[in-house]
Design a protein around this ligand. Structure first.
Ligand code: SF4
Length: 414
């Protein structure tokens, strides 16, 4: 059990940390998207300052030949975010192309990112092989992981929720930030600045940071370093002071860009109607806001354990995709009923599917309810995204002021 003071510190630290995640505009979302990403976003917005964005520029890296669907897809997808419970008051919801600072940071980072780092990203060659019908021999496709790095670094995101396969992208982002800080972090008057930063702190805070730095650099004391990082996040100081002290704590220079951490999220356990991964392209998806009659019909027609040819043939839930839905949607008692009833042929597949149909209908009723005002007045989606994009732009500009300074560019004339 953690000490209450430690818990308070952690809670305060979470509130001051930010999370960033995005989705390409694919149109209406299905339950795989909800259980694989959106349900997690809803939880994250309770704990962190969250930025959720529509990655429309990323869509162009692979689908630049079909621009006609992007606008419609953006609106449909965002309505499903709102249907899932993403709260635009609490989180910042925006469209990437409405915040041009992403492009500026991408360009500036491209000046100092080795080409080989991009060529070795695992998805680069994989996707070229898998999407052979697309023209992926473009500069945009090679550079998209760097655009992703810019998306993350521009909000000083502490955490990026990703599945296992996306971890190399976060690692690349960390390397890009580290290289940037290494190249531009050694200010001529760095030591003098650190002295001023420490002098501005209370004696207690200053001494605690000095001791932690010594413990980390001389003895490799990870606990001391991590505690000092946490302490630093909670100090009410200017961003520039925080960047200098953060770098000094690690034995380096000013940390202009914050290295993010991957926040591993479990892949969705929800299969498609045929037992394969749920995907629009497999035509096996249940939309988040399906028509109730269609939804019921889709689940009723789902294939089951092939051994249950007749009603009295026993089956095995482990060989049935309906069981995977039970694991997500039904309580323990119902799951026991399914296990026992299927193996003994005490229940039929139609009976077995009923609790799943009820649970999915109930979940979707809430999605329909939340989405309704935006479906009736689509302008509200645009207004909300406009407002979110303004908030995102203000946060992004704060980072760009620093980046331009670090790279010796003139400040922006307003
Ligand atoms: S009883 Fe349920 S778990 Fe068993 S095969 Fe039929 S639908 Fe699947």
């Amino acid at each position: 059990m953690q000490h209450p003071e430690h818990q308070n510190r952690l809670a305060a630290s979470h509130a001051s940390q930010s999370v960033l995640s995005g989705m390409r505009p694919t149109g209406a979302l299905h339950l795989g998207h909800y259980h694989g990403a959106l349900a997690n976003w809803v939880k994250l917005q309770e704990r962190y300052q969250s930025y959720f964005f529509v990655a429309d520029w990323h869509a162009l890296t692979t689908h630049y030949e079909s621009p006609e669907v992007i606008q419609k897809n953006i609106r449909e997808m965002v309505i499903d975010w709102l249907a899932a419970g993403i709260d635009p008051e609490r989180s910042v919801l925006f469209v990437q192309s409405q915040v041009p600072q992403h492009a500026e940071l991408h360009l500036l980072l491209s000046m100092c990112t080795p080409l080989s780092w991009l060529e070795r990203v695992p998805t680069y060659k994989d996707q070229q092989a898998n999407l052979s019908d697309k023209d992926l021999a473009t500069y945009g496709f090679l550079g998209y992981p760097l655009l992703q790095a810019a998306d993350i670094l521009i909000y000083a995101a502490s955490w990026v929720p990703v599945g296992e396969d996306q971890v190399p992208h976060v690692e690349l982002t960390r390397e890009v930030a580290r290289r940037f800080n290494h190249l531009f972090g050694r200010e001529a008057d760095f030591e003098q600045n650190i002295g001023q930063c420490l002098a501005a702190l209370s004696d207690f805070e200053g001494e605690a940071l000095k001791q932690a730095r010594t413990a980390w650099l001389e003895s490799g004391d990870l606990a001391a370093r991590d505690a000092a990082r946490l302490r630093l996040q909670q100090l009410a100081i200017e961003p520039a002071q925080r960047q200098r002290l953060a770098g000094w704590l690690e034995g380096g220079g000013r940390q202009w860009l914050l290295e993010p951490q991957p926040l591993l999220t479990q892949a969705s356990r929800l299969p498609g109607l045929d037992g394969r991964k749920m995907s629009k392209s497999y035509a096996n998806a249940i939309a988040m806001r399906d028509d109730p009659a269609q939804l019921e019909s889709k689940i009723r027609k789902m294939p089951t354990d092939p051994a249950r040819i007749r009603r009295h043939d026993p089956g095995d839930p482990e060989r049935c995709p309906v069981w995977d839905l039970h694991k997500v949607y039904c309580d323990q008692q119902t799951q026991h009923w399914v296990q026992a009833g299927c193996k003994s042929a005490a229940i039929g597949c139609i009976d077995c599917k009923k609790p799943v149909i009820e649970a999915v209908l109930q979940e979707q009723a809430l999605f329909h309810q939340r989405a309704e005002p935006f479906v009736k007045q689509p302008q509200r989606v645009d207004d909300m995204l406009h407002e979110g994009s303004k908030r995102a732009s203000q946060a992004a500009e704060q980072t760009m002021v620093q980046v331009r300074e670090a790279m010796g560019l003139l400040p922006r004339w307003s």
